[in-house]
Design a protein around this ligand. Sequence first.
Ligand code: NDP
Length: 466
Amino acid sequence: MFDMIIGGEAATSADRFEVRNPATGEVVDTAPNASAADLDRAVAAAREAAPGWAGMSDDARGAACRAVAETITASAEELAHLLTREQGKPLNGFGSRWELGGAAAWAGYTAGLSLPPEVLQDTNEGRIELARKPLGVVGSITPWNFPVMIAVWHYLPALRAGNTVVLKPSPLTPLSTLRMVELVNEVLPAGVLNAVTGNDQGFNVGAAMATHAGIDKIVFTGSTATGRHVMRSAAENLKRLTLELGGNDAGIVLPDADPEKIAEGLFWGAFLNNGQTCAAMKRLYVHDDIHDAVCEALVAYARGVQVGNGLDETSILGPVQNRMQFDKVSHLVADAVGRGKVLLGGAPGEGLFFPPTIVADLANGDALVDEEQFGPALPIIRYSDIDAAVAAANDSQNGLGGSIWSSDIDAAKAVGRRLECGSVWINRHGAIQPNAPFGGVKQSGFGVQFAEEGLKENTSVQVMFS
Ligand code: NDP
């Protein structure tokens, strides 16, 4: 039985919603539908726990966060199976076990960070110190693509910086989050980390969090459209925001790249998590000179990737997570099929399975290029002029990441600097690390996560003159 966690206790509800396995359509289990009163209790529990948690020594908080990382490691196999059953991603490959490994690594690294006071000046004229203080209660709203890892990205830095947290997972994938929060509550003081769930039939928990006067900051990962709603709602009490929203990342292959060498990286840059990744490569610009060789090598690699039920140890990609996303991908691919040349896939499979799809001879202006597909379909655009390719790559409201592929690193870096995005990768796409800040520009959001920069986003600055 999966319950919410409020003030360190299981909080149940008679009103529950079903969570289904996208590979089979079977019900995995049910989760509680929170009422407005449940959310109020969760916020009150977080507020009550806040002074004690913020007042602990920095070392003690760091140790508690390390215990969270150890708990995730110890429960990784259980959580990975649950994650596969509700999300659909395979246990293996870049699937659930990989996600759990990432979650533990991020938690462990972030536990070891700290933000000691800085002395800005110490002269005869006086001393100026800068201290970073927690904001209070952080509300975390997470999506369905990497439910466990993104939850950790949200709550661990918030806790490490001395805040308490109310976390709301996506109604499509709440179970692994509820279980993780239950487990880590064994090593945290009551009320420090709370989780509430709901499926929006009636009371919308996420929207209510964004307007809640008892929440001081929202960290949100999801669509740009919902990010706008969160931002409007947050104005009421001037909540701080970190918004990690959609992307439409471009990759650009320069004429000197080696098609065989880059094929695997191109594939995983685009198809990691079935393309349901904010910073996946969602359009690929390839120079005319090597266009056909790159397409051939990419398709050859893709043909070897096994798609199937995530619980099957041999699967490397699973189904699309939900019907809304499946329909969106189907619609965009159907449109692209009429405009470009299908090199692989091109038609929906059984249930929510959609085979890896690659469509060449597309251009900016085609829907699969312009819109975020967030699924296993990659458009390829041929180019001959690098300035035109950079302009086409930048012709997007999004600006999360981008990549350049070349045998000449310096030339690649020079092109990369011209991309309008928060992360640039050379000969890879989508790499993230806990010691490197990650965030978008333009309408991909603002603020960063990870590393000291991300930790600072969970604090306010207090300057003291003496
Ligand atoms: P949403 O952005 O709609 O939902 C993400 C989270 O926000 C969910 O927990 C959702 O909960 C919550 N939410 C919805 N409405 C509000 C609101 N008004 N205020 C606060 N929180 C709210 O994503 P979808 O699942 O609908 O996916 C739509 C598109 O978003 C995808 O096609 C993809 O393009 C993009 N996306 C991007 C992700 C990323 O990593 N950047 C991750 C997932 C999706 P609830 O459903 O209960 O309202």
